[in-house]
Design a binder for this molecule. Structure first.
Ligand code: ADP
Length: 157
């Protein structure tokens, strides 16, 4: 059984995140989505709400959603994960992802980082774009699952 941890902010989860997750499930038997809390970031949705939105969106998939604090690599080791899964949108993601993957390998060489390239149609899609569109009252069709759209609408009435 191959297990991956897919970490991120997911503030909120988008169809692009879910696409990476579904494609990740072609490689891994099970994935744990690890919803982070980073001291330097401010979030629109608190961690519990971000977790709840993903749980609803992944119903029926072999996916668990957990929150984590501290070092991702320690969390991944505690969960006995084989790999860390990340998505890549553009070359601009590469530098920081490369740095993070190398650092994580230094801490624990047993756990590989695996990258899945964005699907072209989602290359523009990020949680920031979604929040921007929602705050301006724009259409969120094709960007986020319905439960997330509802939450965003509640936020920006
Ligand atoms: P983080 O703050 O850790 O970057 P995000 O929620 O922004 O958290 O992203 C989580 C993961 O999903 C990251 O690996 C990110 O690269 C990936 N991701 C986000 N949007 C896309 C997209 N449009 N295409 C591919 N991967 C994506």
């Amino acid at each position: 059984m191959k297990l991956a941890v897919y970490p991120g902010s997911f503030d909120p989860v988008t169809h692009a995140h879910l696409d990476v997750l579904k494609r990740g499930l072609k490689i891994f038997d099970r994935i744990i989505v690890a919803v982070g809390e980073h001291y330097a970031k401010s979030y629109l949705f608190p961690q519990e709400e971000r977790v709840a939105m993903i749980r609803e969106a992944v119903k029926g998939m072999p996916v668990e959603v957990k929150h984590f604090k501290g070092l991702l690599i320690d969390f991944a080791a505690k969960e006995k994960a084989n790999a860390i899964l990340r998505g890549l949108r553009a070359v601009s993601d590469f530098d920081s992802e490369f740095q993070m993957a190398i650092t994580n390998r230094k801490f624990n060489p047993e756990i590989e980082t695996v990258f899945i390239m964005t699907r072209g149609m989602y290359s523009y899609l990020s949680s920031s774009v979604v929040k921007e569109v929602a705050s301006l009252g724009g259409k969120l069709e094709g960007m986020v699952p319905q439960n997330v759209e509802n939450k965003l609408r509640e936020r920006f009435v």
